[in-house]
Design a protein around this ligand. Structure first.
Ligand code: SF4
Length: 292
């Protein structure tokens, strides 16, 4: 039996950076420190942050004399304005890659009729991007939604940094039919693309694949969908406890991958749980990186 961990799984640069900024901020500031929304879509890491007295808030009402950390997803200009009006100190942990996408949206808003942003409408990165679009942004979540869009002369299209490349390409193809001049910006970040590629390669070389991460993590959900398309025997797990010995029956190669917000600990716990499940059946196991 082999356990194969996908290359590039686990925390991305932007999330790791935001976590470091949060810890540094906590050390420097004596007062209250909040993150606007969960810093990371992972319940264990959120619990760790709470222990460090870095609390997550969703509502700015009644907030004063505090420091607020903007997470890696970024936020809309309205949020920065509101915090400034309230004299709240802002620590900006927006991922530099997301900052570039925000800047792109801002520039495109000056001369495009419409900016199509492919992403999840409830995702904080998308809510932030829409805020930079001067009312010209339209969120598209799937190919079907393109059908209801009118024909236009000039449009731009870009994607949430963690979008599924396959879906983005399908939406671009559908939109070409309805647009005379379509400017396509592939803003899916490199870390997301390599993670998706490694996970799909792994899905095609194992018998079962576990995608570890928080259920509310958009990019982990995308990894799950990508893997499920290739390998129906793909399971989304929020913790190692969800791996049951009966799931592993007959499997010779077991894969594990994790999203941009999945801490290394979650992957290690999943590996340990699988090893423990096989221990009593006298199998040998080795943990290797996928070689494809
Ligand atoms: S997925 Fe990419 S763009 Fe998004 S936070 Fe991570 S590194 Fe930044």
């Amino acid at each position: 039996m082999e356990i194969i961990v996908a290359k590039n799984s686990g925390l991305c640069y932007g999330v790791r950076r935001a976590l470091d900024i949060a810890s540094e901020t906590r050390q420097k500031k004596a007062g209250k420190v909040f993150t606007l929304g969960d810093l990371i879509h992972n319940p264990q890491v959120i619990a760790d942050l709470e222990r460090q007295k870095i609390h997550s808030i969703n509502d700015l009402d009644g907030l004063n004399k505090a420091t607020v950390i903007i997470r890696s997803h970024g936020a809309s200009p309205d949020i920065y304005r509101l915090l400034t009006q309230k004299n709240i100190e802002i620590v900006d942990a927006t991922c530099p890659i997301v900052k570039k996408i925000q800047k792109l949206v801002e520039v495109l808003a000056k001369d495009k009729e419409e900016i199509i942003i492919v992403g999840d409408k409830e995702h904080p990165e998308i809510k932030g991007l829409i805020g930079f679009s001067q009312g010209k942004g339209i969120i598209v979540e799937n190919e079907d939604q393109v059908k209801s869009l009118p024909n236009r002369k000039r449009r731009a299209i870009l994607a949430q940094s963690t979008q599924d490349l396959y879906l983005f390409e399908k939406i671009v193809s559908a939109l070409i039919e309805k647009t005379k001049e379509l400017n396509v910006y592939n803003t899916i970040c490199r870390s997301t693309q390599t993670r998706q590629k490694s996970t799909s390669e792994l899905a095609s070389c194992v018998d079962i694949l576990f995608i570890a991460g928080g259920k509310n993590s958009s990019n982990t959900n995308k990894l799950y969908q990508i893997s499920k398309r290739i390998l129906p025997n793909t399971h989304f797990i929020e913790s190692a406890a969800q791996i049951k010995p009966e799931m592993l029956k007959g499997a010779k190669k077991i894969g594990i991958s994790g999203g941009a917000s999945t801490p290394p600990r979650a992957i290690q716990e999943a590996v340990a749980k699988i090893k423990a499940s096989f221990k009593h059946q006298f199998h040998r196991e080795k943990t290797v990186q996928c070689q494809r």
